[in-house]
Design a protein around this ligand. Structure first.
Ligand SMILES: Nc1ncnc2c1ncn2[C@@H]1O[C@H](COP(=O)(O)OP(=O)(O)OP(=O)(O)O)[C@@H](O)[C@H]1O
Ligand SMILES: [Mg+2]
Length: 320
């Protein structure tokens, strides 16, 4: 019987000197899905992808990809996977078509096979019009799509995408997302690492959250949001000086302590009765003459989930 998981990792360990990049990392990726591996800078995402794609060896634990042991059968694993690294691998001087034909020949497709595959992929990734332009003239989104195309030369069973949209503008990001969706519709399993909560939420049916080399959560995007619980009320004060007064008003309608974010002049707290809480807070703020810039309700974001799981925000980690 075919394994229902395309990737299984149990207790992966990897040390660089004294640094434990992976420290008992677990992961299961169901076949035919996009699985998000979400974590801040330095969490261990690239290390996990490098081990699973057999670029580096693990120090401990056990992993299979497409049912094959990565440590015992790296060559067999390599024939079933594709990898798009964190940094682009295509040649700038060659055209898009020449790049893909070159990869095709590297993978022993022969001249004619390589040309045919290159045309198919250019078409599939919507690059036919730009096929004969030098890659140096491509936009960021086009390059990433060419990168994706290059990692698809052999129609891999499992594709690893390491931060495929980092540094792209919103439009290019959307183009890459569409390409990823198309791949999965064709049956490829995708493991996608990202620091973007929105990206994991949009693309992945399942998310593993990684922090300091450990998996700290594994759930659907909605499941993760539900662990944070109720909806949030959020008030943006007009003046920093008003924050304590705003927090006092918000405290009346929520169970715990409201959170104050001075940088954004924001107070937020989870509430059970959304509309009653909103009405009460808006009226009291007005009665007491406290100026607000914005007030509203929102569902918890994955950023809130991260804060809940780790005690720190992902952006705080990046800024540090
Ligand atoms: N070749 C290396 N030598 C020494 N330390 C390393 C090496 N590669 C990674 N590390 C360290 O291991 C930890 C995990 O790094 P990794 O690159 O896997 O994180 P990441 O989640 O991919 O981060 P990012 O989001 O910045 O790409 C970090 O502390 C990093 O500094
Ligand atoms: Mg990385």
């Amino acid at each position: 019987m075919r394994d229902e998981y395309a990737v299984r990792a149990e207790g992966l360990e990897k040390k660089y000197g004294d640094k434990r990049a992976l420290d008992g990392f677990d992961l299961r990726v169901r076949r035919g899905t996009v699985h998000g591996l979400l974590g801040p800078n330095g969490a261990g995402k690239t290390t996990a992808v490098r081990i699973l794609s057999t670029l580096i060896r693990l120090d401990g634990g056990h992993a299979t990809v497409a049912g094959l042991d990565v440590a015992a059968r790296p060559w067999a694993v390599r024939s079933r996977i594709g990898l798009t690294g964190q940094y682009a691998a295509v040649d700038e001087v060659l055209t898009g078509r020449q790049n893909l034909e070159m990869f095709g020949r590297l993978f022993h497709l022969g001249g004619r096979g390589a040309r045919r595959r290159a045309s198919e992929l250019l078409d599939r990734f919507d690059l036919s019009d730009a096929a004969d332009k030098g890659v140096g003239k491509y936009s960021g989104g086009m390059r990433r799509r060419l990168d994706l195309a290059a990692s698809m030369i052999l129609s891999p069973e499992v594709l690893f995408l390491d931060e495929p949209t980092t540094g792209l503008d919103p439009r290019s990001r959307n183009e890459v997302w569409d390409s990823v969706r198309a791949l999965v519709a064709d049956g490829t399993t995708v493991l996608l690492t990202t620091q973007y909560l929105e990206e994991a939420d949009k693309l992945a049916s399942h998310i593993t959250v990684i922090d300091q080399g450990k998996s700290i959560a594994d759930d659907t995007p909605d499941g993760l949001k539900n662990t944070v619980g109720a909806d949030l009320i959020e008030v943006v004060a007009a003046e920093v000086a008003d924050l304590p007064a705003v927090a006092k008003v918000v405290a009346r309608v929520c169970a715990g302590e409201p959170e104050i974010d001075e940088l954004d002049r924001r107070v937020h707290a989870s509430v059970s009765d959304r509309v009653a809480a909103l009405t009460e807070v808006a009226r009291t703020l007005q009665d007491e003459g406290i100026g607000v810039e914005d007030i509203g309700l929102r569902r918890p974001s994955l950023d809130d989930v991260f804060l809940n799981l780790t005690g720190h925000r992902t952006v705080a980690e990046e800024a540090a």
